[in-house]
Design a binder for this molecule. Structure first.
Ligand code: HOC
Length: 382
């Protein structure tokens, strides 16, 4: 039994009572005015499930799905979230353990506060994927080294984030002077500080070990994973050479880009606007999902991210054609509230809430033949 009883789904409200102003600002904060984040949430309200009655069933709805070659018991994964030691001393280690306990894929962030190897050890036999903040081509040796380490540590797919070559305009972080890399506990630098190529380059350049000048090394790592300027579609070839496995492009918001992803031959895309944390004034992620699915669904796997807070949200995104959803902030609220047990609690709750929502709607499984667009109606048509 977890040491808390937060049955409400208002994990954000509960977690905010426990967090410092700077942690709250970082986790709950968004880009600019917060317009995109608000639109992400509002987009869910535009769609409603239409429950059907007298659907005879003997079992609870099946939630299992096949994704990137893995059979998974639930149709959601843990989105990459960096700097998790800001929220709990065990950070990503606790989250990766809970992921494996609950059989939910864990996507590890490049900005993690634990190394690739330590996260892999905590995740054990779980399914884990690595998220890349993509260094510029001049740092290709570092990219190659990190991807090799991830592969060796059992990360089976690569999620490449395309919308964060520089961090968004985040007023709460600026107001609070929040910089997870430059804090004394340096959450967010573990992947770089443990990387042999990054370490060697630092030594050659400054004649010091990273430990001798951590501030400088942290600044350098920040610049390495947020290089300021974007890569091009052609650069994907470099990743293909460095990564032998599925590649998923995260941050797709347009039909045109989704088509380019198909042409590029990647295995999946994540329809995501980074939870409204990057481009303010951008379109809602759920709003774009059906068009993108119509254009490329079937050509690659479509993940959905940005704004999921409960089981019904997952049901709507799946009904609109997503193969799987990514859930970010909710599990971090669990981490704040109860460490590993808190994360497990949130994952279990999301699965239970989704299952009950389908059950009460007369939907026998989350598979597309049962949970498709035919189960939704637009509220503005009513
Ligand atoms: C300021 C911290 O994906 C986010 C993350 C980026 C992680 C490190 C930057 O905050 O959206």
């Amino acid at each position: 039994r977890p040491p808390f009883t937060f049955k409400s789904l208002d994990w954000e409200g509960l977690a905010m009572q426990r967090m410092s102003a700077e942690s709250t600002g970082y986790l709950v904060g968004n880009a600019g005015t917060g317009e995109t984040a608000t639109k992400n949430r509002k987009a869910f309200e535009r769609w409603s499930l239409v429950p059907q009655r007298l659907i005879e069933t003997e079992k609870l709805p099946r939630l299992s799905t096949q994704i990137l070659g893995h059979r998974m018991p639930v149709p959601f994964a843990m989105a990459p979230v960096g700097v998790q030691r800001t929220f709990n001393p065990e950070g990503e280690i606790a989250a990766a353990r809970a992921a494996s306990d609950q059989h939910v894929p864990f996507i590890m962030s490049s900005a993690s506060s634990a190394s690739v190897e330590d996260v892999a050890a905590a995740n054990g036999s779980g399914t884990r994927w690595y998220q890349l903040y993509w260094p510029s081509n001049k740092d290709y040796d570092i990219t190659r080294s990190i991807l090799k380490r991830a592969k060796d540590a059992g990360f089976s797919a690569l999620f490449v984030t395309l919308d964060t070559y520089v961090l968004g305009w985040r007023p709460s972080d600026m107001d609070n002077g929040y910089n997870p890399f430059l804090r004394s506990d340096r959450v967010g630098v573990a992947v770089g500080f443990s990387d042999p190529v990054f370490r060697k380059q630092f030594r050659e350049r400054y004649g010091n070990e990273i430990e001798d000048d951590q501030g400088l090394a942290a600044a350098l790592w920040t610049r390495t994973i947020f290089p300021r300027y974007s890569h091009s579609w052609e650069d994907l070839q470099l990743l293909r050479e460095a990564w032998d496995g599925p590649i998923v492009l995260k941050g797709i918001q347009s039909v045109a880009d989704a088509r380019k992803a198909v042409e590029a031959g990647v295995q999946g895309i994540v329809v995501s606007n980074h939870g409204g944390r990057q481009t303010d004034g951008g379109v809602s992620s759920l709003g774009m999902l059906p068009r993108i699915v119509d254009a490329v669904g079937g050509d690659l796997e479509v993940f959905f991210d940005s704004g999921i807070r409960c089981g019904a949200d997952i049901a709507k995104a799946l009904a609109l054609g997503a193969n799987m959803c990514l859930v970010g902030r909710p599990y971090i609220y669990g981490l704040v509230l109860g460490g590993e047990a808190g994360v497990s609690h949130v994952l279990k709750t999301l699965a239970g809430d989704l299952q009950l929502t389908l059950h009460l709607s007369g939907i026998p499984s989350s598979a597309p033949e049962h949970l498709g667009r035919h189960r939704l109606i637009r509220e503005d048509e009513l």
